[in-house]
Design a protein around this ligand. Structure first.
Ligand code: ARG
Length: 607
């Protein structure tokens, strides 16, 4: 099935917009109008606009004639698709965006985009900066991502959530939405009972002296071992949870100490990867959990089941949520019901996005449905997404582990990335050319960039194999290839002795050049920028952006191979600079830079 134009409703703002226009949205609007006028005997005729996959068939296609003919057939009318296409074309008014229309094959309408239009659109980048596609309404969006658990390992699954969630936030921030980046830390479970009981034994004066529990994991293991073997300890641990959840000061203090240890570890990772996130863990919802349980109970949504209180999406359909355990304690379900209410009602969010492994898809599906049943969500106003992702595998295609079978510590992973990135740069002898500072910047750009990019460039729904060797390759769709491609593009203007200010001035006099076939090919790729972003706001799949970046880089190479930007004489002196091409290269660099921004990569000017 062809891709229908990814559009909700082309906004009127489009015309007032400062930036590049969405070609798909515009074509959709034009053809919707034409088709409704041409086909009066069918209500809501299908509007199908796709990107052409071969230049012979134009740049875009309207493929509505065939499905319309089918609808006629079902109504007992025989109409040839080509005739339908002709009727549609007659109704398309002249439009500066469209160069020409052609009917091909069974009834395809090939759409050729006008170069003048392309030029004007690309020139807006220099006039107003690279603007995002306009939005109908600024939304309040909450992105729940990263969300590791205190005292437990922050593992590669959390790393994926961190990378994907950060990138989604960056995209929506670029669109101008109001984005809340929330770290839903697991900081409130029963495990705290045993941690606190163990802390009391090990460091009795913890109230006055900070206990040296640098290795919280080991501490966790010790307390767990006691919990499993010592009945008396177990009882005391349970009592601790009750006291903590009643906010008794000494217990609260012990809990804070423990959380601080983890928090510092997590923060190291966020700082290194330049991730901004606000902590709002499960503990934040304690009071709200009391309230939501009561509310659900009062409204008759809960049912008793062997001492537990459960909530069904629909009587006996699927799996119910456990709202309270038989001992009265709360669960992951309870905290998510309290959280969804806090987010939609108190926080007045329009859109909430949860980024976790796909294993939690059912959990969120049920949370969303129960929230609907309880009247918390209203799909007229709200959008909810669970952004799932597949597991991270090692190169042996088994669950990502260290050689000794332990979970890989993220800090060590980042360290290895840094080391490998430096090796790579040395292998290319860049250490001989770059200053120490430049080398360090390049190293970090490559290390964190390649880890993020490897993750984001894979379809998030699939599992992915973590391989430094693969991600550091300088060919193919990798961060290294793209970061290099970017610096090369940036060096073109530099080699022409064009400063950024000069480029701005040149852009006032010249237009990007789209004459040559390869220029126009590159131009058309660049013109798709708004459409690519719009598509990602629909399915929240960032690999589209990575594929797009790669397409830009390879199309640029094609252009650069056949079109000179600077002409030099035999002694290497510049004799001619093609300003239109310098501008095309500059537009390419600006768009690439924005794509990197959204993906959380930091390109450097020299590497
Ligand atoms: N802490 C959870 C985990 O490690 C993820 C939390 C995701 N967010 C949420 N609202 N449930 O799996």
């Amino acid at each position: 099935r062809a891709i229908v134009a990814e559009t909700s409703k082309p906004s009127k703002k489009q015309t007032e917009s400062a930036g590049m226009m969405s070609i798909q949205d515009n074509l959709y609007e034009i053809f919707q109008q034409a088709i409704t006028e041409a086909i009066i005997d069918i209500t809501d005729p299908p509007i199908v606009i796709t990107l052409a996959n071969n230049v012979k068939f134009g740049d875009y296609q309207c493929n509505s004639a065939m499905p319309i003919a089918n609808i006629y057939k079902q109504l007992g009318k025989k109409v040839a698709p080509r005739d339908i296409a002709t009727k549609i074309i007659e109704k398309v008014p002249t439009n500066p965006m469209i160069e020409k229309l052609e009917i091909a094959g069974a009834g395809f309408i090939n759409i050729f985009i006008s170069r003048t239009y392309g030029m004007q659109n690309l020139n807006t980048i220099f006039e107003k900066g690279l603007q995002p596609p306009p939005i109908n309404k600024k939304l309040r969006v909450l992105v729940d991502f990263s969300s590791p658990n205190i005292a437990k390992e922050m593992h590669v699954g959390h790393l994926r959530s961190t990378i994907i969630g950060d990138s989604i936030s960056r995209l929506l921030e670029y669109f101008g939405h109001d984005v809340l980046r929330i770290n839903h830390l697991g900081d409130w479970g029963t495990q705290f009972g045993m941690l606190i009981a163990h802390l009391q034994d090990q460091f009795p004066n913890y109230l006055t002296q900070s206990p040296p529990i640098a290795d919280l994991q080991a501490f966790y293991k010790e307390s767990k071992a006691r919990f499993d073997s010592d009945a008396e300890f177990k009882k005391r641990a349970y009592a601790c949870v009750v006291k903590l959840q009643a906010f008794e000061p000494d217990y609260y203090k012990a809990w804070q100490l423990i959380c601080d240890v983890s928090r510092k570890e997590f923060q190291k990772i966020y700082d290194r990867m330049d991730i901004k996130i606000t902590e709002r863990g499960e503990s934040f919802y304690q009071d709200r959990m009391d309230k939501i349980v009561k509310e659900l109970e009062d409204n008759g949504f809960l049912e008793l089941d062997e001492g537990r209180k459960i909530m069904w999406v629909e009587q006996n359909v699927g799996i119910p949520l456990t709202i309270t355990k038989s001992d009265g304690g709360y669960t992951y379900d309870t905290s998510d019901m309290a959280a969804i209410k806090q987010r939609l009602v108190e926080e007045k969010c329009d859109w909430v996005i949860y980024v976790t492994d796909s294993g939690q898809a059912t959990h969120f599906d049920i949370i969303f449905k129960c929230a609907k049943r309880a009247g918390i969500v209203d799909y007229q106003k709200h959008r909810l997404d669970h952004v799932g992702f597949g597991v991270v595998l090692g190169e042996d295609k088994k669950k990502f582990k260290t050689r000794s079978g332990d979970t890989v510590r993220l800090i060590e992973l980042l360290d290895e990335g840094l080391k490998r990135a430096l090796d790579k740069l040395k292998e290319k002898e860049r250490d001989k050319v770059l200053t120490e500072d430049e080398l360090k910047l390049a190293q970090e750009s490559i290390a964190y960039g390649c880890i993020k990019y490897a993750d984001l460039s894979h379809n998030r729904n699939q599992e992915y194999v973590f391989s430094f060797d693969k991600m550091l390759e300088d060919k193919g769709n990798t961060a290294v290839y793209l970061l290099y491609a970017y610096t090369r593009i940036r060096s073109i203007a530099r080699n022409a002795n064009y400063t950024p200010e000069k480029i701005v001035n040149i852009a006032k006099i010249f237009s990007v050049s789209l004459e040559h076939e390869k220029e126009w090919k590159l131009g058309k790729v660049l013109l798709r920028f708004p459409d690519v972003l719009l598509k990602i706001t629909k399915d929240l799949c960032l690999h589209h952006l990575c594929e797009y970046l790669y397409e830009i880089a390879t199309t640029f190479t094609e252009f650069y191979d056949s079109c000179y930007c600077i002409e030099k004489d035999s002694s290497g002196d510049i004799i001619k600079v093609n300003n239109g091409r310098i501008l095309l290269a500059e537009a390419t660099a600006l768009i690439m830079h924005k794509c990197f921004d959204i993906l959380g990569l930091k390109p450097v000017s020299r590497m």
